[in-house]
Design a protein around this ligand. Structure first.
Ligand SMILES: *Cc1c(COP(=O)(O)O)cnc(C)c1O
Length: 232
């Protein structure tokens, strides 16, 4: 894709976020765009950054570490959005801005331990599988309350919300119920005693369904293909 097209696409995605927020009576400024850069070249990423992308999302720790190093001169925040293995936590902790995909006690505690060693505070989200689809990562909704209560007590990694990723996306409306479920889960957790400050964020919505996600309360949307074109 031509680099000017990337800037163009980024502007269009931003416009669509603003429109969706307005439809829902929300402040567009409460919705943060995470530009998903997995598989994209450094030149493509720089084109997006030059056009104003400041939050970049990667799935694989190794790829994120290499890109963060290569782009160290750019003012960007890195988001870990893919399934995270315990042995990958240490490598990303020195620079990651937000981990979207914590789905177990073990990885959450590892994040806290490594953040303490790096003398950083690392915010994270709990990834919840609200669709019940067996093949996806994320914890079951029933596990969210005990895990949120336990991980909210960590001192160096800080729980700040929930993330979900629906199993498919053909018709964005089909995913609306999942986004509603994540929002309702947050309300339930607050009712059950998890402090609201630990549940400020909902990370939901990708290229195919981010407008619906914004209408249902997303504070972070993770968009790749609509900006860079299809992945090969
Ligand atoms: C790849 C990916 C995205 C972005 O997908 P697009 O359809 O390209 O927008 C968002 N979230 C996660 C977890 C991903 O793996």
């Amino acid at each position: 894709m031509r680099y000017s097209q990337i800037a163009d696409n980024l502007g269009k995605v931003r416009g669509r976020i603003v429109d969706a927020a307005e439809r829902a009576g929300r402040e567009a400024g409460d919705v943060h765009l995470v530009t998903v850069t997995k598989t994209r070249s450094l030149d493509e990423i720089r084109a997006a950054v030059d056009a104003g992308a400041a939050d970049l999302g990667e799935n694989y720790a190794q790829e994120m570490m290499e890109k963060a190093e290569a782009l160290a001169d750019e003012k960007v925040r890195w988001h870990a959005i893919g399934h995270l293995q315990t042995n990958k936590v240490r490598g990303i902790v020195p620079f990651v801005s937000l981990v979207h995909s914590i789905d177990s006690q073990r990885v959450g505690r590892e994040l806290d331990k490594r953040a303490a060693a790096a003398q950083r505070e690392v915010p994270f989200l709990l990834q919840v599988n609200v669709s019940g689809e067996a093949s996806k990562f994320g914890l079951a909704a029933e596990e969210a309350l005990p895990l949120a209560k336990s991980l909210a007590e960590l001192e160096h990694s800080r729980l700040v919300g929930l993330m979900t990723m629906p199993p498919y996306c053909e018709d964005p409306e089909e995913n609306r119920p999942y986004f509603v479920r994540l929002r309702e889960l947050r309300e339930r957790l607050v009712d059950d005693g998890v402090a609201a400050e630990h549940l400020r964020h909902l990370s939901m919505g990708m290229t195919c369904d981010f407008e619906v996600a914004v209408e249902e309360g997303a504070t972070l949307v993770r968009v790749g293909s609509a900006i860079f074109g299809p992945r090969h």
